[in-house]
Design a protein around this ligand. Structure first.
Ligand code: ADP
Length: 158
């Protein structure tokens, strides 16, 4: 059974993230979405809320599990008995960062492979921070996030 770990902040989950989860769930027997709990980072949504929103968005996918983790992703992968890290790539800027991350993770855990899926062109410019900026300024985020996330975040629009 091949399980892949898709780790990130998902603060909030975007249509780009969801697309990677859906495509990953077709490629692997199981996907674990790991929501990184990083108290040093100033978060927008608490981890609990991020998790319940992701769960709502993936409720039709039987082979997707969502949970939080702290510390190194490689340690969480080991704890979950996972041998593949799934990542999304939007552009060359992502590539520079993701390449470094994957190489570091390979040095930390030799038996862990990182697999990349290219974003769909329509999601290539979508970022969680962009969504937060648009929201703060009263813009419409319908095209950027899945419906449950949009509904939840509408309470932040004054
Ligand atoms: P972080 O906050 O650690 O950058 P994110 O939660 O933003 O993590 O992203 C997790 C993963 O999802 C990363 O591999 C990132 O490149 C990918 N990703 C983010 N946005 C998109 C998108 N619009 N399309 C495809 N992949 C994406």
């Amino acid at each position: 059974m091949k399980t892949a770990l898709y780790a990130g902040s998902f603060d909030p989950l975007t249509k780009g993230h969801l697309d990677i989860i859906m495509r990953g769930s077709n490629l692997f027997d199981k996907i674990i979405v790991g929501v990184a709990q990083n108290d040093q980072k100033s978060n927008f949504l608490p981890v609990k809320e991020r998790i319940s929103l992701i769960r709502e968005c993936v409720c039709d996918l039987q082979n997707v599990e969502v949970c939080s983790y702290e510390g190194l992703t490689v340690n969480f992968a080991k704890e979950k008995n996972v041998s593949v890290l799934l990542r999304g790539l939007r552009n060359t800027t992502d590539f520079e960062y993701e390449n470094q991350l994957a190489q570091n993770n390979a040095l930390l855990a030799q038996d862990l492979e990182t697999v990349f899926l290219l974003t769909k062109p329509e999601y290539a410019c979508i970022t969680s921070s962009g969504v937060k900026d648009i929201l703060k300024n009263g813009g419409n985020i319908t095209k950027f996030v899945p419906e449950p996330v949009q509904k939840y975040l509408s309470k932040f629009i004054s």
